[in-house]
Design a protein around this ligand. Structure first.
Ligand SMILES: *Cc1c(COP(=O)(O)O)cnc(C)c1O
Length: 433
């Protein structure tokens, strides 16, 4: 504390360790952090001088890498007008433009847009929408159905629909609302479909639908809960069951949205539209935190004509113009690029270069979908030591549990992706010794 005004140009790692919490870490025994000074394209510049190829897209968020001229320009231009202005009683062109684009590109029927500040909040908003919808119609439906191994965020309503077993959320279980969980879809994306997959969920809905406001899922890819890719027919069947049993369907595309799985939205693999859709992460191309929850005219109007007469949510930074401007530039880049070809090319290379890991003893199985590559091990890794091995190999990959996975920016070069895949193979080979 004696050195309040630091003249240091290097990151004060000691202060960081003493005073700053990082995601999901201990304050007394934190895993080492690597100071970053800048990032450009797919390269992360460490303070030590090393450059790392980015395999994580900063947790699904970056599509075109870092320090992107068009995004910088959009941000700078918007800063000169206004960085922020309250959204209560005021509106602006960046928000209108973004909403127009989102209505146009998302699955049919989703044409009412609620902007918020992060993915977890977008999920909270979706949950409130579903509750208020049924309330407005005079039903008491206070429960939700979610999938085991699902992940929807770290705030409390989001936690209440995130897998309660083996996740950190069980720490708060006495406080978290109790919802229903159905088994994780077991039939993989490219396996043969069997209707028996739906048996348990059908039974649950048959018995409990009177209490259930909505079913929430991550379409096709269950992300943080296990990087599992499931069959599109599951989504189709869920859509049918929700209609049959008067349950809304919430699709959480916070991780899968904007092309990551090979379709613009993962719902398109099954050609279904949810009643409520959550977007986040890549919406600003990884530049800043922003999210949106979209719903149908039917849901929005029902809420608006209910007892409250309004939808009860309104974050301070709702519709932040700076984030909207960057999101608009990011989506313009996406549609001006051949993103589908970029994602397919990454998928092909991931297939070719990660598949050899299958023969290693430490590896359980390899799977690839779109620009997502996963090597599932038999045993959980030691994060600190494996992270160092990856940094030494010149790549940024952050595994969790038994999963080593990458989802690089779409503009990654072939040689950079090879470097990521080679590093994974080497680390798995080492683990197999
Ligand atoms: C990351 C994520 C969230 C939470 O988003 P935050 O911006 O971290 O709050 C919710 N759902 C899914 C599927 C996610 O991947």
């Amino acid at each position: 504390m004696n050195n309040r005004v630091s003249s240091k140009t290097v990151v004060d790692l000691d202060f960081d360790k003493q005073h700053i919490w990082h995601p999901y870490t201990s304050m007394t025994a934190p895993i080492p952090c690597y100071p970053v000074t800048s990032a450009d394209g797919c390269l992360i510049q460490l303070q030590s001088g090393e450059q790392l190829v980015d395999g994580m897209s900063s947790w699904w968020a970056s599509l075109f890498g870092y320090n992107v001229p068009a995004l910088n320009q959009a941000a700078t231009k918007q800063l000169g007008k206004m960085s922020h202005i309250m959204f209560g009683g005021l509106t602006h062109q960046p928000a209108v433009d973004l909403a127009k684009t989102l209505v146009e590109i998302t699955p049919d029927g989703l044409n009412k847009v609620f902007f918020s500040d992060s993915g977890s909040v977008a999920v909270e908003v979706a949950i409130k929408m579903a509750l208020q919808y049924w309330q407005s119609l005079g039903y008491a439906k206070p429960k939700f159905v979610a999938l085991k191994k699902g992940y929807h965020g770290d705030t409390f309503a989001a936690m209440s629909v995130t897998d309660p077993d083996g996740s950190m959320h069980e720490l708060y279980q006495d406080f978290v609302a109790k919802n229903y969980f159905t088994k994780q879809p077991t039939i993989a994306f490219d396996q043969e479909w069997n209707d028996s997959e739906m048996y348990e969920l059908t039974k649950l809905l048959e018995e409990k639908h009177n209490q259930i406001a909505a079913l929430i899922l991550e379409p096709i890819v269950q992300g943080a809960g296990g990087m599992h890719f499931y069959h599109p027919n599951y989504l189709k069947a869920v859509r049918k069951l929700c209609d049959q049993y008067n349950v809304l369907l919430i699709a959480d595309e916070i991780a899968t949205g904007f092309g990551r799985t090979g379709k613009l939205f993962a719902c398109e693999h099954a050609q279904i539209s949810p009643d409520i859709l959550c977007l986040g992460k890549a919406i600003t191309g990884g530049y800043m935190s922003f999210a949106a929850t979209l719903t149908t005219k039917k849901v929005a109007n029902t809420i608006s004509q209910g007892k409250a007469g309004v939808f009860m949510h309104g974050p301070t930074f709702m519709g932040n113009p700076l984030a909207c401007a960057v999101a608009n530039a990011n989506l313009a880049m996406l549609f001006n690029s051949d993103w589908k070809l970029l994602v397919e090319t990454i998928a092909l290379q991931l297939q070719q270069q990660l598949t050899p890991c299958n023969k290693l003893k430490a590896v359980n199985k390899v799977r690839v979908l779109g620009a997502i590559g996963v090597v599932e091990l038999h045993q959980a890794v030691d994060l600190a030591s494996i992270q160092k091995q990856f940094v030494d190999a010149g790549v940024w990959i952050r595994p969790f549990g038994k999963l080593i996975y990458i989802m690089p920016p779409y503009i990654i070069k072939q040689s950079q992706l090879t470097k990521l895949c080679d590093a994974i193979f080497q680390v798995c080979e080492e683990l197999s010794k």
